[in-house]
Design a protein around this ligand. Sequence first.
Ligand code: PLP
Length: 383
Amino acid sequence: MKVYRAQSFIRPDLQAHLYSERLLKNAAALRSLCPEETKFCAVVKANAYGHGVREVVNILKNGPVDFFAVAAFYEALHIRPLVRRQRILILEPINSSQPLDQIRMCAKADFDCVLSSLDGLEWARKALEGTDHILRFHLNVETGMGRCGMDPGSAGRLLEQVGSCPMLRHVGVMTHFATADEEDLCYAYEQKKRFEAFLDAHRLKDRPDLLIHACNSAAAIKMPQVHYRMVRCGISLYGYYSRPMKEPPAELRPVLKLQAPITHLKKIPAGQSVGYGRSFIAQRDTLGGVIPLGYADGYRRAFSNRAVMKVGDRFVPVIGRVCMDQLIVDLTDVPGVELGAMATIIDDVHDSPCGAYALAEQADTICYEILTMIHAHVHRIVH
Ligand SMILES: *Cc1c(COP(=O)(O)O)cnc(C)c1O
């Protein structure tokens, strides 16, 4: 099997500061919401929500974490050498588009895989036949997410068939909530009902060896009734609620601060336009500052003439269109600003005007997307 190198090109001037202690504290705070024996799965897909998966795994592997979850096989392969104590769960279900060799590698690498179809089961069986590998799998049951869970009827048949497959070890049952981040939890509780009906019908709660898990961050925080035997937390680990929360039961702090320097100071006389399309016209004599970051680095074009950044203790507006790798901020009101001063692009405070929540609102999206867009070539600095 080919080994793929992760991107090694780094831009040292674009800096994502990662605060390890906060990451560990967030994990501990989330854990403290659950019964002590509940296992904790740290979701590190999408380059650890844009934070940097190597850095995050290296911090968390010594912390209160039992599992790491990734979306796809290749991410699991990427973090395999970093992880010893924890198990690695691949959320993408086994399917027949995967080379058989890949499934054998999952078994060999001791990954926890997900099954959510009879086809997937057949495929795994085929991959492992004649080998002495054992594949650990979690059964993903559809309860209302409408994505890749298995309808309860077929899931029951899968359980019957697995009995005759010594190379498959059933280690978990899972489902996923569609609306746990919303205020109205009716649908989430309906999902809980369907999940429990399945667990009861197959007496799965009687099996202490099975990891039963359903919670993402929002459910882990708001639905203690469904913690079961493990919770899978992503966004909350990085210090955010799925959406801003007024009186959260666990205090979380953002782990990341994104910064870049001011590389050019520019006098813009009143009346002059700034950038592509002339979307900004200076109303006064303006001091512009160029920041060497743009939409190619994950700073959305939608922030043009809308977002702010922090320079010193001032918040300064982004003026004109965000370019591919540059943008301009209005520094006129920042006293004594100097070339090379660092601008904070994503702040590490929830209610900051340039925090991930504010940016998400400005781009009509969720904080997940703001964070995951931070390019892999941004230099991660671990504190
Ligand atoms: C991404 C994901 C999670 C984590 O969701 P957060 O809202 O970030 O906590 C949990 N479970 C599954 C199946 C996921 O795909």
